[in-house]
Design a binder for this molecule. Structure first.
Ligand code: CA
Length: 238
């Protein structure tokens, strides 16, 4: 199946015609090869709290807010939610360990893909559950002219993180488009769920260790192995 066939299926199921005016893009695992660092930082931080976990399992929580992730582990291991102080302290510690991992590199092929899309007059909006300031501040250097503070939805904007549709609904609002006028670019199952719940055609790039079936099961309209194949396919829309 190629992107045009996937769009035809979306159009048929929705009874509406997709008109590509805006790209809503996730950040970690899409724009940056940062997930291995996040997974390591999360696992080390949680282990220091006496919580038994491995880096790999954090790929399943990718897209949640820091609070959401912390509370899943607190509920499971301590039988209660974290206090506000604990959330602040643990998330700060996780952010510190993330920085210690080194500099996350832009995902190969992502800069070209975004320049191509922007060059065709498509509005680009960032939709991330991240509150990692070290990465958010790097965006304007690595992706010049693609995102502005007005076209970013981050952990600081949402109350309900992915998989809730709120982040992508907010992204649609910032792009000033309807769901059928946008395309979402995601890499994580919970992110895909959020985008699909917002009614947006969702492309997943499988840049992590999960099976692509997990992304299709989450509702992705089409899955590519990396940003370069995404870039080649998206050209068909112009
Ligand atoms: Ca992601």
């Amino acid at each position: 199946m190629d992107i045009l066939e996937a769009i035809e299926i979306y159009n048929k199921n929705r009874g509406i015609k997709l008109c590509f005016k805006a790209l809503l893009s996730d950040m970690d695992g899409v724009l940056y090869n940062s997930m291995p660092f996040h997974a390591k930082a999360w696992a080390e931080t949680m282990q220091a709290e006496g919580i038994n976990c491995s880096p790999l399992e954090f790929y399943a929580h990718e897209g949640r807010t820091g609070r959401g992730t912390i509370n899943i582990y607190f509920s499971r291991e301590k039988g209660r939610e974290a206090t506000e102080d604990e959330v602040q302290r643990i998330y700060a510690e996780k952010a510190r360990r993330f920085v210690e991992c080194g500099e996350a590199k832009p995902m190969s092929g992502a800069q070209n893909a975004l320049q191509l899309i922007k060059g065709h007059g498509i509005t680009t909006v960032l939709v991330t559950g991240s509150g990692q300031k070290s990465l958010l501040e790097k965006l304007s250097l690595d992706y010049p002219g693609i995102f502005t503070p007005e076209t970013m939805v981050t952990a600081f904007d949402v109350t309900k993180g992915k998989p809730h549709p709120e982040p992508y609904l907010m992204g649609l609002k910032k792009a000033d488009v309807a769901p059928h006028e946008a395309i979402v670019l995601e890499n994580a199952p919970l992110g895909v769920e959020s985008a699909v719940a917002a009614g947006v055609f969702t492309i997943a790039v499988n840049t992590g260790p999960l099976d692509e079936k997990v992304l299709y099961d989450a509702g992705a309209n089409i899955v590519y192995p990396n940003l370069t194949s995404f870039s080649n396919e998206i050209k068909k829309l112009f």
